[in-house]
Design a protein around this ligand. Structure first.
Ligand SMILES: Cc1ncc(COP(=O)(O)O)c(C=O)c1O
Length: 370
């Protein structure tokens, strides 16, 4: 239903919906079941138990798979999905390349678990330079990287990794499948947190891994079945319902980010404004070529933790919160979580408020916090 002939709005609204059936809802409600009735004669069916499979989750996976252009498996969180890909692929003695500036819990997992299992971990900044991938089993890219928003060239790095015999996974959390399609760019996996802009209402945790390779799909599916990190039926349903507005939400978030980034860049009292859509941003050229739209995230250094506090207290529209991609504009001072960013560095996640209101509020709050 939602192939290449339709625009993003149509694809978002129709992704994963079953064929119309009179008397049935557009999106069937959540199926709450741990065990299902079994046929006493024929025994196990597709829906026999809720950990391996659930009809609500299948519809969500169909929707994500349509947008990513592959087959998807949903997980209880982005972290469950990323660790599933790592653990399904990597074996003792393997080398994995991880972004040094990506989501920090992936690095924590590498230090606490991959290291102990005898997997060699090498860290490379998203902006590069990327070393030779000889001897590497898996390259995980995160682009745009959270929180610094550097972008890397997925197509070129996939060619280099494949030539060396390595697999490529791209964390597509910040971009979402409407912002970029890693599988089209040559990656073996698109893996993401659906907690953020994909579902966008700040009310659930979700992750997924998508691939076009049947063998890799089988490995992450087996990992998920055996370790059990599945989303519940209600969260899966809520996620699918929320994805219908993905195109609308991203459009406003991106427009708001453009306006906020320009307003910040015009000020002399803030530093290092990053938004990959700004023509003088270091990531602009690759982002313009690779991405279908630029996400609603802007990063900036306000100079000190005290100024961030004063800014957040003065703002009426910017909530202090971690996570990102939601309807409400929020800002997160990353150093408070142990991220190696300057004390005054914040990641602003632009919501869907009116652009003029948001820019006026942020400008007034910065003036007040001068
Ligand atoms: C880029 C990125 N990947 C993965 C994750 C992990 O997602 P979750 O919190 O859904 O486990 C996050 C969370 O912030 C993230 O920003």
């Amino acid at each position: 239903m939602t192939g290449g002939e339709y625009g993003d709005g149509t694809r978002s609204v129709h992704a994963g919906l079953p064929a119309p059936e009179p008397g049935q809802p557009f999106l069937p409600g959540p199926v709450f079941a741990a065990p299902y009735h079994l046929d006493p004669v024929t025994g196990p069916a597709r829906d026999g138990y809720g950990r391996p499979d659930n009809p609500t989750r299948r519809l969500l996976e169909a929707a994500i798979g349509e947008l990513e252009g592959g087959e998807a498996r949903a997980f209880a969180s982005g972290q469950a999905a990323i660790t599933a890909v790592l653990m399904a692929v990597l074996r003792p003695g393997d080398t994995v390349v991880l972004p040094s500036d990506g989501y920090y819990t992936v690095r924590s997992f590498a230090a606490s678990t991959l290291d102990q299992l005898g997997v060699r971990v090498s860290y490379v900044p998203t902006a590069g330079p990327h070393p030779s991938f000889d001897g590497v089993r898996l390259v995980l890219l995160e682009t745009p990287a959270n929180p610094g928003l550097d972008v890397c060239d997925v197509a070129a790095l996939s060619v280099a990794a494949h030539a060396a015999g390595a697999l490529v996974a791209v964390d597509n959390t910040t971009a979402t499948p409407l912002g970029q399609r890693p599988l089209d760019l040559g990656a073996d996996f698109s893996v993401a947190s659906g907690t953020k802009a994909l579902t966008g209402h700040s009310d659930l945790l979700l992750g997924y891994a998508a691939t076009r390779d049947a063998g890799l799909l089988e490995r992450v599916t087996t990992w998920r079945t055996q370790t059990g990190g599945v989303p519940g039926a209600f969260d899966a349903w809520l996620a699918h319902r929320s994805m219908a507005t993905l195109d609308l939400r991203l459009a406003r978030q991106s427009a708001n980010a453009a306006a906020v980034a320009m307003a910040l860049a015009a000020r002399s009292d803030v530093e290092h404004v990053r938004w990959p859509g700004l023509p003088d941003d270091p990531s602009y050229v690759v982002a313009e070529r690779q991405m279908r739209r630029i996400p609603g995230l802007v990063s900036v250094d306000l100079g000190s933790a005290e100024r961030v506090t004063a800014f957040l207290r003065a703002s009426k529209l910017v909530f202090a919160a971690t996570s990102f991609g939601g309807l409400h504009t929020s800002a997160d001072r990353r150093a408070q979580w142990g991220d190696s960013t300057p004390e005054g560095f914040i990641r602003i996640s632009c919501g869907v408020e009116d652009t003029a209101d948001l820019v006026a509020d942020i400008t007034a709050a910065l003036d007040a916090a001068a």
